[in-house]
Design a protein around this ligand. Structure first.
Ligand code: KG4
Ligand code: ZN
Length: 346
């Protein structure tokens, strides 16, 4: 089956074409991304109006580029998919409407895909098979711990009560005068710092349950800055690396501790990491060490599949399509789309 997917939930316009058969490794024939990061950087974050306008400008040429790189014609595509939520409403509408239009014109099925399911399944694109596992999604908008029974069968164990992990990276970077997006900047700056220089809080680490909270950590960084530099409230260049390393360590310690605890609670021996924050090499190394210690297997996505992309959406759609699923052409987008059905645990 050849499937074309569009992703436009936030500030990346993406198109991918995958070829797959049930139970087999899938082939990513093309995965194109037009990033708007530079455009939004001047505002220090994503501006929805600017994002949707650029999705509509980029989408058509990007579809043509994806077809060309894949070496296929649009007439060869067996199904079309798009992210239907969660995300920015005006951005989601562009991709979903375009995919529906292509499906209607070609007389082929359309599949509406949850962006988080795309992230969640991304570590298994290489094998094409999703085993039962414990999943941690860490992105700019979400921090979620899920017990994955199989594709489409998810039990939420915990999530963030306030900021997502990536959001904390982005907000703290802004406080420290580092550019957007903050995650990669903090990682780079932290490389030369002492992770024990500042004792930042590990919120909710000792509490029972699997929820997270990162807003206290963000406030702790803010207070540290105003205590140390009352005149400017900002970081001095010589303390920047230590601040980044200490902040990063606080986030990582909480994520690792709670994820290992959740895997034991759920009785899973595989942990899968996904989402933009899972690109962080220090975080990956900490998970590798902890998994080895607790005799668990760690699954991660390849770097191109961690931040927003359409290949992960196409993979989630392929798994659905193999089971004969399709979405109606009047399926609406949902900016607050949830990954677990109402009434599910958590
Ligand atoms: O998954 P993603 O591309 O978008 C969402 O669905 O949110 O994740 C983007 C987030 C941003 O908050 C960004 O700062 C963070 O991932 N990020 C990182 C790193 N690379 C990206 N955070 C920490 N370390 C990194 N190396
Ligand atoms: Zn994402």
């Amino acid at each position: 089956m050849l499937l074309l997917a569009l992703e436009s939930s936030c500030d990346e316009t993406a198109v991918a074409i995958l070829r797959g058969e049930p139970g087999q490794p899938v082939e990513i024939l093309s995965s194109e991304i037009a990033s708007q990061i530079e455009l939004h950087r001047q505002y220090g974050g994503v501006v929805p109006e600017v994002a949707s306008r650029n999705h509509s400008l980029h989408l058509r040429p990007l579809v043509e580029q994806a077809l060309q790189h894949a070496g296929v014609s649009i007439h060869d595509i067996d199904a079309f998919a798009a992210t239907s939520g969660p995300g920015l409403a005006s951005s989601l509408l562009i991709g979903a409407t375009a995919a529906k239009a292509m499906a209607a014109a070609a007389g082929k099925p359309f599949l509406a895909i949850n962006h988080l399911e795309g992230h969640l399944l991304s570590p298994f694109v290489a094998t094409g098979v999703v085993p039962p596992h414990l999943a941690l999604i860490v992105s700019g908008g979400h921090t979620l711990l899920l017990d994955v029974v199989g594709p489409g069968r998810y039990v939420k164990l915990g999530g963030t009560r306030d900021d997502a992990a990536g959001e904390a990276f982005d907000k703290v970077a802004k406080m420290l005068g580092l550019p957007y997006p903050g995650g990669p900047e903090i990682e780079k700056t932290a490389a030369g710092g002492d992770k024990q220089a500042f004792a930042f809080p590990r919120s909710m680490m000792r509490e029972p349950g699997f929820d997270f909270s990162f807003s206290g950590l963000k406030t702790a960084v803010l207070y540290t800055l105003s205590e140390r530099n009352p005149e400017t409230g900002s970081a001095r260049p010589e303390e920047l690396a230590d601040l980044c390393a200490s902040f990063q360590e606080a986030v990582i310690e909480v994520l690792v501790t709670k994820t290992i605890r959740a895997a034991k609670h759920a009785g899973r021996n595989i942990i899968a990491l996904s989402g933009g924050v899972s690109l962080n090499k220090t975080l990956r190394a900490a998970f590798e060490t902890a998994c080895k210690k607790h005799d668990l297997t760690l699954a991660t996505a390849t770097p191109g599949l961690c931040t927003d992309n359409a290949a992960m959406i196409a993979f989630a759609a392929l798994l659905r399509a193999f089971e004969g699923h399709a979405s109606p052409l009047d399926a609406d987008i949902d900016p607050n789309l949830s990954l677990v059905a109402a009434g599910n645990a958590g």
